[in-house]
Design a binder for this molecule. Structure first.
Ligand code: VGL
Ligand code: ZN
Length: 209
């Protein structure tokens, strides 16, 4: 059972968004092509979905600026510009994304007291979103993951998938992903590989389909 997980393909992470990633919008046609021709039996997506007073926003830490290291729940936390605030256009999935084949959208980051890069659980690993159970119930045996941003939510989701879905083959779709910073993108790709995540391109997936 082959499943595609699209991470945070939202306006907020595309150029013009509040946390725009360079080339973020370039992955939208790749996602559409994979959904149409990648041979997937199940397609799911995640959506970063924060309350306006979320603790990962620099604006909620007096004196701090975006992209500075702060603290949340007693742990180091990268402070972000306000982004993907619930019910705003910034949080909406990209309008060019074909949503007709997406069976389920997993929202995350809804608790102001903890950030949630992974689509599977909060960064403190306490609360689970329910996505792992959903994929298990559907009998997923192979999970391809890509989206925005490589160095945060894609990395965290891929590594959690390996840990939380034993026996499932997990792959990172390189050209379906864009990241925030070249140095952390390289580190993320290394960390995913070390965790047992294979790297694949959309062309390779289309050839197998
Ligand atoms: C993300 C930073 C903050 C992501 C979400 O989707 O990669 N990054 N919130
Ligand atoms: Zn976020």
């Amino acid at each position: 059972m082959k499943c595609l997980l699209l991470i945070d393909l939202q306006n907020g992470f595309c150029p013009g968004g509040n946390l725009g990633v360079a080339g973020g919008d370039e992955v939208i046609p790749v996602a559409n092509r994979l959904m149409a021709e990648g041979g997937y039996e199940l397609i799911v997506a995640s959506q970063d979905w924060h309350p306006a007073d979320h603790g990962s926003f620099a604006s909620n830490h007096p004196g701090m600026k975006p992209f500075e290291m702060g603290e949340l729940g007693g742990k180091p936390q990268m402070l972000w510009p306000d982004h993907c605030v619930e019910y705003t256009d910034d949080a909406a999935l990209h309008p060019g994304l074909d949503q007709s084949k997406i069976a389920y959208v997993q929202r995350k980051g809804t608790n102001r007291l903890v950030d949630s890069y992974s689509a599977f659980r909060d960064n403190d690993r306490t609360a689970h979103t329910g996505l792992a159970d959903f994929l298990n119930r559907h009998g997923v045996t192979q999970l391809d993951i890509g989206g925005l941003a490589t160095d945060y939510c894609v990395q965290a989701s891929a590594i959690d998938a390996v840990e939380m879905l034993p026996g499932v083959r997990v792959r990172y779709v390189e050209d379906l992903s864009r990241g925030i910073d070249p140095a952390t993108i390289a580190a993320a790709e290394k960390a995913m590989a070390a965790a047992g995540v294979k790297t694949v391109t959309s062309d390779e997936i289309l050839r197998e389909a």
